[in-house]
Design a protein around this ligand. Structure first.
Ligand SMILES: Cc1cc2nc3c(=O)[nH]c(=O)nc-3n(C[C@H](O)[C@H](O)[C@H](O)COP(=O)(O)OP(=O)(O)OC[C@H]3O[C@@H](n4cnc5c(N)ncnc54)[C@H](O)[C@@H]3O)c2cc1C
Ligand SMILES: *[C@@H]1O[C@H](CO)[C@@H](O)[C@H](O)[C@H]1NC(C)=O
Ligand SMILES: *[C@@H]1O[C@H](CO)[C@@H](O)[C@H](O)[C@H]1NC(C)=O
Ligand SMILES: *[C@@H]1O[C@H](CO)[C@@H](O)[C@H](O)[C@H]1NC(C)=O
Length: 450
């Protein structure tokens, strides 16, 4: 009989790992506390914040590792984004290309990706001998580990509880993970959760006439205004999903229509035209404001009985566009270890031992990138260094890879190595800059002496 596994959470990471385990012959049951998003009424659907995500190399590698044909199907409608488009206060747009050799990140609708991964489970069911069972409206409330494996207790409708027995459990139940909490009773897990003083709010830029894009769809648009910023990513129907990020106090103080209008017009005049002032006011007064936090923990598994993946282990702020990408990388690495190691416990042990430094690295990169997106992108010192960085990246690509390229386009380089290489590169850049300043100063001195 095949080993049975419960995957808790049918979000992006849970659905992907369920498919990967299904392909490996495990007997998989996937639980989620919510309704099936594909059959839930449109009223519920509309309430779900549709966020589009940037999917890049690490995410795509994860999908392909599970099933390359599946990957091609779920990534069908992605929109390539070749660079940032900086919107200055005076309404100018400046493109800053991401890749040195045409590489790009991609915009994808989160809800659609979510649903297409669930559709892939149906497709899997029709073709494979083993089946992946989906249990919606099953909220994990308790986990007990015993010598046989794990007992999963769920609350179904009307507070009724049901228990299921499995050989092991994978927790992919997001930032507020209950699996993580349950595991903390069994292992010495360091754990921290930290909010940052920024909230986010969604806005919508409708398509123009005949579904035309009102902005260049192949860029990630940024209105960098230091303490706050606006971004926009294209959707395949000609619209853009735009997100405002700003400190809580500032955002919550914008209550009256006239204050919102003044704020928006003085900071994002071109975006105000595209969104429509009435809709801006509606969004600021009516749309939910999301909190941003990071979660880290130190150990991701308990013997061979339980392991957590995705946001459950590493909730990060969204400024590097890596949360889901990193979660899909988790899936690729874990499945690879299960393929490679003799026992499940050896796979889990190695996962925890090796993954921690990389997760720590990307969490920090994500946090630091707010400053890059909101402030540095308009500084001339930054642009100068970036030009030099790109120049060296083109000149000696084997030796020099800009940080953004490593993180977003080179999933073969672990996050911690990206950081290490970047430190060295920044030191060299500083030396080159100092060197050139010195040369100029000496030249000026000699000229003056003559
Ligand atoms: C504003 C914003 C922008 C972002 N942009 C990007 C981006 O551009 N690129 C990128 O890669 N990432 C991005 N992310 C991050 C990305 O959204 C997350 O990393 C990703 O959704 C994590 O997936 P997950 O499956 O681990 O968790 P989730 O998507 O949170 O899924 C968890 C699932 O578990 C279920 N669940 C929870 N508790 C229980 C329980 N007790 N019992 C049963 N089920 C349960 C939930 O219903 C949910 O379906 C962004 C995030 C935000 C907030
Ligand atoms: C994705 O699917 C999960 C599981 O059904 C659901 O809980 C979540 O709300 C969905 N997210 C979006 C954005 O559709
Ligand atoms: C897959 O098949 C099993 C067994 O027939 C069934 O219980 C389950 O609901 C199916 N899953 C999906 C996603 O249709
Ligand atoms: C799969 O696992 C579940 C839960 O342990 C069990 O009830 C079911 O009989 C198993 N099915 C197969 C085909 O092994």
């Amino acid at each position: 009989m095949s080993e049975s596994v419960a995957v808790i959470g049918a979000g992006l990471v849970g659905a992907l790992v369920a498919l990967g385990l299904g392909h490996r012959g495990y007997n998989v049951t996937l639980f989620d506390l919510r309704d099936d998003p594909r059959t839930a009424g449109t009223a519920i659907k509309k309430n779900l914040r549709s966020i589009n995500l940037a999917v890049s190399d690490r995410g795509i590698r994860g999908l392909e590792f599970v099933d390359s044909e599946m990957s091609a199907r779920v990534l069908k409608e992605i929109i390539p984004m070749h660079g940032r488009m900086i919107h200055t206060l005076d309404g100018k747009q400046e493109s800053q290309i991401y890749g040195l050799f045409g590489e790009h990140i991609n915009s994808i609708d989160r809800a659609k990706l979510n649903e297409s991964l669930l559709d892939e489970i149906d497709t899997f069911n029709k073709t494979a001998v083993n089946q992946i069972k989906l249990k919606f409206e099953h909220k994990l409330v308790n986990l007990n580990f015993n010598t046989r494996g794990a007992s999963v207790e769920c609350e179904v409708r009307y507070g009724v509880k049901r228990s299921f027995d499995f050989d092991f459990v994978i927790g992919a139940d997001g930032s507020y993970s209950n699996v993580r909490y349950q595991m903390q009773k069994y292992i010495r897990m360091d754990y921290s959760q930290e909010y940052i003083d920024k909230c986010y709010l969604e806005l919508y830029i409708p398509p123009g006439e005949n579904g035309a894009f009102l902005l260049n769809p192949n860029h990630l648009h940024i209105w960098p205004r230091k303490e706050f910023m606006l971004i926009a990513l294209a959707n395949s129907d000609g619209s853009f999903t735009s997100t405002f990020f700003g400190p809580w106090s500032l955002t919550e103080a914008l209550k009256k229509a006239e204050d919102i209008e003044t704020f928006f017009l003085s900071n994002f005049p071109d975006a105000a035209d595209l969104i429509g002032m009435e809709n801006v006011v509606k969004a600021f007064t009516g749309n939910p404001k999301g909190a941003l936090m990071q979660v880290t923990c130190s150990q991701y598994h308990f013997s061979d009985k339980c392991i957590i993946l995705g946001d459950a282990t590493h909730s990060m702020v969204p400024f590097y566009g890596q949360g889901m990408n990193c979660g899909f990388e988790d899936v690729r690495i874990l499945l690879g270890l299960l393929d490679e190691k003799e026992t499940r416990e050896a796979a889990f042990d190695t996962y925890t031992a090796n993954r921690h430094k990389d997760l720590k690295a990307i969490l920090k990169l994500a946090l630091d990138n707010y400053k890059e997106m909101s402030t540095k992108v308009i500084s001339s010192a930054y642009l100068l260094r970036k030009t030099l960085d790109s120049f060296l990246g083109r000149l000696i690509p084997q030796y020099w890879i800009p940080l953004y390229t490593m993180v977003s386009f080179r999933g073969d380089i672990p996050y911690s190595q990206c950081v290490r290489r970047e430190k060295t590169q920044q030191k060299i850049l500083k030396c080159i800059e100092l060197g050139s300043i010195t040369v100029v100063a000496i030249a000026a001195y000699w000229k003056f002496k003559k």
